[in-house]
Design a protein around this ligand. Structure first.
Ligand code: 6PG
Length: 243
């Protein structure tokens, strides 16, 4: 077994990590203070299973859909119906079974280009939060989901790209992605991703062994910059852990 990050829960397989993540998400959104809950979704392929599970019997009736607002940690600057779009991936995974009120799915605008889209999404987040400065004592999100790229990126914060070091803006344009798909991206920055009661990395499969080992060796990869105002946990399956 490879060395794993602190606060890792090792699980048998991708099904187990998805079920555990669904239970954690339900816990977070049902324990949210006030009338609303906010979840920041990750993109790529790993979380599809989780999103479909949330819309399936045994889970769909337990999610307080009328209270939850869904945001995106990043997206590709492509039309919303493009196969590369994270919005499209989420909508397809939720399907018609998840009763998400249309005004509760807060897409990242992808039709204005990376710069304007980042500015617009930052305004959306500030409007929802009700302030222009994040207060560690009042996290923006009840849960932030993150994935891990084979190069150690997370969201669309890639090694060597300026957005990794952005600490003032809540959302950053990423004109050049560091990994496929090589399309411009828009990404929340690390201070915004950290404004959470819980940050959860979902990591499955042998392809993640390499970045996990580099992280455990203390290498300065973007994912190592992820922090949380609350908890930060890794759900990793045995295949990724080589266990
Ligand atoms: C994206 C994601 C990205 C993803 C990792 C892992 O838009 O691609 O936000 O950060 O989480 O690249 O992707 P997989 O889950 O497809 O391995």
């Amino acid at each position: 077994m490879i060395a794993l990050p602190e606060n890792t829960r090792l699980m048998d397989d991708a099904g187990a990590t998805a079920r555990a993540a669904a239970e954690h998400l339900i816990t977070q959104v049902t324990s949210a203070e006030g009338e609303r809950a906010a979840v920041c979704l990750s993109g790529g392929s790993t979380p599809k299973r989780l999103y479909a599970l949330l819309a399936s019997p045994g889970f769909v009736e337990r999610v307080p859909w009328a209270r939850v607002h869904w945001f995106f940690g990043d997206d590709r600057v492509v039309p919303w119906d493009d196969p590369l779009s994270n919005v499209r991936m989420v909508r397809e995974a939720f399907g018609h079974a998840a009763p998400v009120p249309p005004t509760h799915l807060h897409f990242i605008p992808s039709d204005e280009g990376a710069e304007a889209g980042a500015r617009a999404y930052e305004a959306t987040l500030k409007d929802f939060y009700g302030a222009g400065k994040l207060d560690p004592a009042r996290p923006l999100f009840d849960l932030v989901l993150l994935g891990l790229g084979s190069d150690g990126h997370t969201a669309s914060l890639f090694p060597g790209k300026p957005a990794v070091d952005e600490r003032a803006a809540w959302v950053a344009p990423v004109p050049e992605a560091g990994m496929e798909p090589f399309v411009p991206r828009i990404s929340l920055t690390f201070p915004t991703l950290a404004s959470a009661r819980s940050v959860l990395f979902l990591v499955n499969g042998a392809g993640k062994r390499d970045p996990l080992q580099h992280l455990a060796a203390g290498e300065d990869l973007p994912a190592s910059h992820a922090t949380s105002a609350g908890t930060l946990t890794w759900f990793i399956d045995r295949e990724a852990a080589d266990a």
